[in-house]
Design a protein around this ligand. Sequence first.
Ligand code: PMV
Length: 329
Amino acid sequence: MSLKRRASARAHPNIALVKYWGKRNLELNLPATGSISITLDTLQTETTVEFDPQFKLDRFELDGQPDPARLPAVSACLDRLRQLARCSHRARVVSHNNFPTAAGLASSASGYAALVHAAAAALGLALSAAELSIQARQGSGSAARSIFPGFVEMQAGQLDDGSDSFASCLAPPDHWPLAVVVAITSDQAKSQSSSQGMELTRLSSPFYSSWLQDIEIDLPQARRAIKDRDFELLASVSEHSCLKMHAVMLSSKPGLVYWNGATVECIHAISSLRQRGLAVFFTIDAGPQVKAICLPEDAEQVALALTAIDGVQRTVITGLGGAACSLDQ
Ligand code: PMV
């Protein structure tokens, strides 16, 4: 192990426009399909990892509190990197999110991306971005995308060992600097993890196989929309992907209902803004928050409209963000 034992990194959440919901291998956390996302700025996780031969156990602290519930998953991530570095030292991991955790704002994506980036550096491992993406994926599927900036595509891959299941950058943020207005309708952590929800859907939704098949149509359309900066096409493919994902969630047994009343009001408000000529569309993940994607010049107007809705606690305006990066000199 190199002398450097402590490293810090920052990563941003990402929001999928073509969603993934379902796994082809639970143990390796391999997605059943590809997905396309945008990495955000403003929202971020910062994580410091310190390996020390004196430590008896791994410790994990999130936003100033020990977090024993997440510790096993954090340790599993560290174990994979310790194995690569042939190091057995335990670690102290201190992480901060500047936004609510586990409420559908992709905190696990930025969390695992920052964790693997910092831990690999602290262990002296020189991993490529694709290798970091593979490591992050094993913590959380969407985290594989948060290693990269701007517009990002995740490959489901075909190999059993998952070595071809990683993300890459489709276009940097300045290719098409879109804005995202996040309407926060609840600060409560969700009661069920995405992995549990995905398994329930895979096993019980009668629409699961059509959902998987349709993603193969959505992916090339979204790629084309991004390449041509075709807002209408991106809006149509993204809203369709989001609503199809929620359709398989709702049709699971028992049904997964991630929305609250304000979530639905936001959908209607965004549709009527679009009818009035504004370039804006919505997407929603496994939680009640609504993300409105729009042109930067319209972001204030979209935020005003969403803030006026009963149940919307606040809005956050973000742009497209950068790759996971080191915070060390
Ligand atoms: O990162 P995971 O495996 O917890 O799943 C995230 C799933 C969605 O956010 C709902 C969709 C996506 O593609 O990000």
